[in-house]
Design a binder for this molecule. Structure first.
Ligand code: APR
Length: 307
């Protein structure tokens, strides 16, 4: 396995470190536009390998030819959200970065699977899909796992139970219109509405929606990266180990849930070839309506792109 990570910032470097810690690749290429940063971080990370005892080589570079024949390309390049900035404010700057990064990366790795992390996530997944010319099964956006993990965290904290016993499902776009589904979120298999009152559930949903900005407001100079990188690595592991995981990921829709020409998070089966199945779960009319509102918001932003 050769994995390329484009963008050696907080998310890119932490993702590299997590992949090395888990020994999920033999070779990682960490690429950034800024000379020195990927080289220094890569060297620091490989100097940890004798201690963690995983033979992974990490090459820091600014040159796309070093990414040749990667199996997975992870795109984290872009500018991060600053206080007062919505994910959508980032759209134009990051679209240009993601487009150029995708075109250069797929030139050297035409058979790779692309995982998009740069925000606004759903629109950037669309940009990478178009720029790559890949089938939708090989261009996957990371957001649903992160949003679901945030929801799980808040449920576990609220109820004073282990996160191990909490499952949650958050669909839709990675933004204010995301669609947390309490009916499909459980503690030890028991759906949330049977355990918590509606007001408490709403409070947890709102905190999940604001999960990204809550951290931006604390950090002031950057956005979240520990949980996002953990979410990326869950996808990487599903691909590398052909695990057939069912994970909420952003994907281009062609009629599923009665939605077309938009990208949103829905449950998909992930294995060695990328997305192996797009799951259509039963939704109540109000849940489906929320999914459509979210999908249409993404679609409006996609239409603003000058591709
Ligand atoms: N090519 C390669 N790297 C680039 C390019 C480019 N054209 N433009 C910017 N970068 C690099 C920056 O030099 C920087 O090192 O992308 C990196 C981004 O890192 P950070 O600013 O630390 O941002 P990070 O927290 O890693 O977030 C990256 O992921 O979660 C999303 O919203 C977040 O869109 C943001 C992305």
């Amino acid at each position: 396995m050769k994995i390329t990570i484009i963008g050696a910032g907080n998310v890119g470097a932490t993702t590299t470190q997590r992949i090395v810690d888990k020994g999920l690749a033999r070779e990682i290429v960490l690429l950034d536009i800024v000379d020195g940063i990927p080289h220094g971080k890569s060297l620091d990370i490989i100097e940890s390998t004798p201690i963690i005892k995983n033979d992974v080589f990490v090459k820091g570079t600014t040159q796309y030819q070093d990414t040749r024949e990667s199996d997975i390309i992870i795109i984290t390049a872009g500018i991060a959200r600053k206080p007062g900035m919505s994910r959508d404010d980032l759209q134009n700057t990051n679209a240009a970065i993601v487009r150029s990064a995708t075109e250069q990366a797929v030139h050297y790795s035409p058979n790779s699977i692309i995982i998009v992390v740069t925000n606004p996530l759903d629109v950037m997944t669309f940009v990478a899909l178009k720029a790559s010319g890949f089938p939708r099964e090989r261009v996957i956006g990371m957001a649903g796992i992160l949003d679901s993990a945030r929801f799980r965290t808040f449920i576990a904290l609220e109820c004073g139970v282990s996160i191990e016993d909490v499952t949650a499902l958050v669909l839709g776009g990675h933004g204010d219109s995301m669609v947390p589904l309490p009916r499909y979120s459980t503690i030890a298999g028991v759906p949330l509405p049977e355990l918590l009152d509606q007001r408490t559930i709403e409070k947890l949903i709102q905190r999940t929606r604001d999960g990204g900005i809550e951290i931006v407001n604390y950090l002031q100079t950057g956005s979240a990266y520990y949980a996002p990188s953990a979410a990326v690595v869950e996808m990487v592991e599903a691909i590398v180990k052909d695990k057939k995981r069912i994970l909420p990921c952003a994907v281009f829709l062609k009629g599923e849930y009665n939605l077309t020409d938009t990208v949103i998070g829905i449950p998909v089966k992930i294995g060695r070839t990328g997305i192996e199945k797009i799951m259509e779960i039963n939704l109540l009319p109000n849940e489906l309506e929320a999914l459509h509102i979210s999908a249409n918001e993404v679609k409006k932003n996609i239409e603003k792109l000058s591709l």
